[in-house]
Design a protein around this ligand. Sequence first.
Ligand SMILES: Nc1ncnc2c1ncn2[C@@H]1O[C@H](COP(=O)(O)OP(=O)(O)OP(=O)(O)O)[C@@H](O)[C@H]1O
Length: 241
Amino acid sequence: MARSPVLACAGLTKRYGTTTAVDHLSFTIAEGETYGLLGPNGAGKTTAISMIVTVVDRDGGEILIDGQKPSTRTKALIGYVPQEVGAYMELTARENLRFFSRLYGMRDRSRVERVLEATGLTERADEVVSTYSGGMARRLNIAIGLLNSPRLLVLDEPTAGVDPQSRNAILGTVSALADEGAAVLYTTHYMEEAERLCDRVGILDHGRLIAEGTPDELRAQAGEADLEAVFLHLTGRALRD
Ligand SMILES: Nc1ncnc2c1ncn2[C@@H]1O[C@H](COP(=O)(O)OP(=O)(O)OP(=O)(O)O)[C@@H](O)[C@H]1O
């Protein structure tokens, strides 16, 4: 029997006044799959993932995590990496991770060391976070999201504005997690990043999914050389201002 997807969304909808931020969004992510949700500013990416991780209530639609409706139990299966850095600036990276692991009720100290290693922060783990570059702080944010060994890792534009070294470290961390069998939901407006990292891509515009497929399929359907051009072909607009 085929396994159910790790994430299944059907008809997900969110309205803010007269704006429909997310409009009947449906997609699935399988075990070990990296799914990129792409779209320009304001397309509805953050709103969509906020509903999936249940920090924003939905106005319509269904979400299943490992075949179960959202609950305290399914929350424990999700690692969420928001755009804003959630770490304490006056603590070191290791102190932050120990704090969050205690908050999650985790006793296994070795997990802190594992996530430091996975994000390339071991050597700087005892330095105070306020001395970190923006890219290193983002890596720590990801380390926090990895603490609970998530079945579904959700990342909101994790590489926006980071230096190339941190960007490569972040992409490496995400692919390693997917290789271990996690499902990854990744939002970005960097097309080349999605082409490199994602098994499948959904293109979101005005809250609606206007195309979905592997990067190769999308390029072939639109007859374009890259995903940036695919977006222009589909919407008549450039992806970034
Ligand atoms: N709390 C809110 N109240 C009112 N409108 C909102 C709210 N959050 C989002 N919106 C609107 O919903 C739409 C989708 O916004 P959202 O932040 O989800 O897009 P996004 O694709 O994540 O954009 P970005 O790339 O800038 O993060 C936009 O029109 C935005 O103005």
